[in-house]
Ligand binder design. Sequence first.
Ligand SMILES: NC(=O)c1ccc[n+]([C@@H]2O[C@H](COP(=O)([O-])OP(=O)(O)OC[C@H]3O[C@@H](n4cnc5c(N)ncnc54)[C@H](O)[C@@H]3O)[C@@H](O)[C@H]2O)c1
Length: 327
Amino acid sequence: MGRVLVTGAAGFIGAHVSQALLARGEEVVGLDNLNPYYDPALKEARLQALTGQAAPGAFEFHRLDLADTEGVLGLMAARPDIDRVVHLGAQAGVRWSLEAPFAYTSANVTGHLSILEGVRRSEGRIGHTVYASTSSVYGSRQDGQPFRETDRAERPASLYAATKLAGEMMSKSYTDLYGLPQTGLRFFTVYGPWGRPDMAYWLFTDAMLKGQPIKLFNEGRMMRDFTYVDDIVTGILAALDHAPAAGTHRTYNIGNSRPEQLLDMVAFLEEALGVKAERVLLPMQPGDVPGTFADVSAMKRDFGWEPVTDLRTGLGRFVAWWRRYFG
Ligand SMILES: NC(=O)c1ccc[n+]([C@@H]2O[C@H](COP(=O)([O-])OP(=O)(O)OC[C@H]3O[C@@H](n4cnc5c(N)ncnc54)[C@H](O)[C@@H]3O)[C@@H](O)[C@H]2O)c1
């Protein structure tokens, strides 16, 4: 077996995926530019944990920008042992895409294309590319129905969503043109240990422990299909291990398929932290969507995958990690 190139390896999901690959005896080439969108010290700490756990030589890291196409192509050409790609590196965050739009085209459009070109130039050596997309591609929906992969996704509510949808489209075109086997995974609000400091569950935990108020947008009337990171990881590996035939591009939802009220999420955090939150109710933010809800029957049908972690349990594990990490 060859090596897996994991992009965004210093990121939240990328570090967990790298850890799981290493734990099952695989070798990983990690790529990340360690950008300061949130504290790079957390990214460094994730890398340190990975390096500490890996067998000698099993994990190597390259600090590289995905939009540095020559750099990415050079790395992929120089490593003929890479036979699969898990592409998770991206500029994430719905709200920041209103502030820094070009960071999104750079990482998510140019960067995505760098990876596709690297795979194309491998001339079949890289047998499967799995890449991250997002529930955001479904846009703003109020119908209460689960989102299905066959639903139309052509009204992205944010530039972030638009760039991730562009990534899906570029992937489809590369499969049609060059036959690359690819799997696109639409993640639904991922949370857990080593998580992302820009996301609500992290911001709330931080504020509650400091005795500061928490901001609830749309006055807290939001539903999210919160998905525990270990469930995302088992889904990514299940998809990775089932490469489609040449000429096939597939798209799957990975979510908990159990939308929860934002206010219930706050209640679970209060319980885990033993702290009462001071709530500030604010209007809806531009780019945000009121609810998400994954239909995951395709993942179950094709890979036998199902999420197993409920929100209360997952947040409990996140808080336990937080206490260990921050002391
Ligand atoms: N966490 C979620 O709720 C969620 C939901 C839907 C989709 N996703 C997608 O999952 C993937 C991983 O997200 P995450 O939550 O781990 O976010 P993250 O920000 O923790 O990880 C992304 C990593 O990519 C790196 N990166 C960003 N731009 C880069 C560039 N130009 N070159 C090289 N590296 C770059 C960052 O430094 C970061 O370490 C992303 O593609 C994201 O769009 C995440």
